[in-house]
Design a protein around this ligand. Structure first.
Ligand code: HEM
Ligand code: HEM
Length: 183
């Protein structure tokens, strides 16, 4: 059995990871008054955020049809459970964050359309009507989700680096096959 994820999983993992890290960094910057070109960055944020939704759907479908490679035998049960929980939480946020963003702009009473990559106007989310109170609620949840995402990314990266540098196993290589084995 293969000891690492296949090409599809690896390309989707790193593409989505880079896009999400960019969305978080630019999301935090674009909401600052002093930031130049805020309008353009908002449009990019919304376009890339919706792209993450589509890529996450592709990734979930791939994942449902493929078993991940087995974890190292020496890995204790609590770490296996923690890693399953962490991956589940990531999948949940990869869907929740774009959906909350879409719901937020659909409920907004500002007359600003979301034009995906300058090509097509994003329709309002079905079932969400204009309401200041709902827009505020979705915005609050989007903000909480972002904080949760940041915390999980630190834990996830910390765990990957611990496996590589302390445990010296192949867990990082499962997703980053170009990394050299450390024995
Ligand atoms: C994985 C996808 C996404 C991530 C990780 C993400 C992340 C963020 C972050 C970190 C912020 C700054 C939060 C703050 O106010 O402190 C933000 C704000 C915002 N996001 Fe997203 N976002 C995503 C998708 C979307 C999508 C798809 C839309 C809309 C279609 C959207 C619309 C917005 C808007 C309008 C704001 C500004 C809210 C405000 O005025 O305070 N986001 N996002
Ligand atoms: C926003 C950033 C990231 C997200 C949302 C994310 C999400 C995920 C998810 C959902 C999985 C489980 C794959 C599956 O079974 O379907 C995974 C695996 C993995 N990720 Fe990330 N990841 C991110 C960033 C990173 C970074 C920066 C690193 C490297 C330091 C990394 C290293 C790994 C490794 C080594 C695995 C395989 C672990 C295992 O098989 O147990 N990830 N990631």
């Amino acid at each position: 059995m293969s000891v690492r994820y296949n090409k599809v999983a690896i390309v989707l993992h790193w593409t989505i990871a880079l896009l999400i890290i960019g969305l978080i960094l630019f999301g935090l910057l674009m909401t600052q008054e002093w930031m130049p070109n805020r309008f353009a960055i908002y449009q990019w944020h919304k376009s890339i955020g919706m792209t993450v939704l589509v890529l996450s759907l592709a990734r979930l479908l791939w994942r449902l049809g493929h078993r991940p490679p087995p974890l190292p035998d020496a890995m204790p049960g609590w770490q296996r459970r923690a890693s399953h929980f962490m991956h589940g939480a990531f999948y949940a946020l990869m869907f929740a964050m774009p959906l909350l963003g879409w719901a937020m702009v659909s409920a907004s009473d500002l007359p600003i359309p979301t034009v995906i990559y300058g090509l097509m106007t994003l329709p309002d989310m079905p079932g969400v009507s204009e309401s200041k109170a709902s827009a505020e609620r979705f915005k609050f949840l989007h903000e909480i989700g972002a904080k949760l995402f940041i915390a999980l990314i630190f834990l996830h990266v910390g765990a990957a680096l611990k496996h590589h540098f302390t445990d010296r196993d192949d867990v990082l290589k499962r997703m980053a096959p170009w990394v050299k084995t450390r024995r």
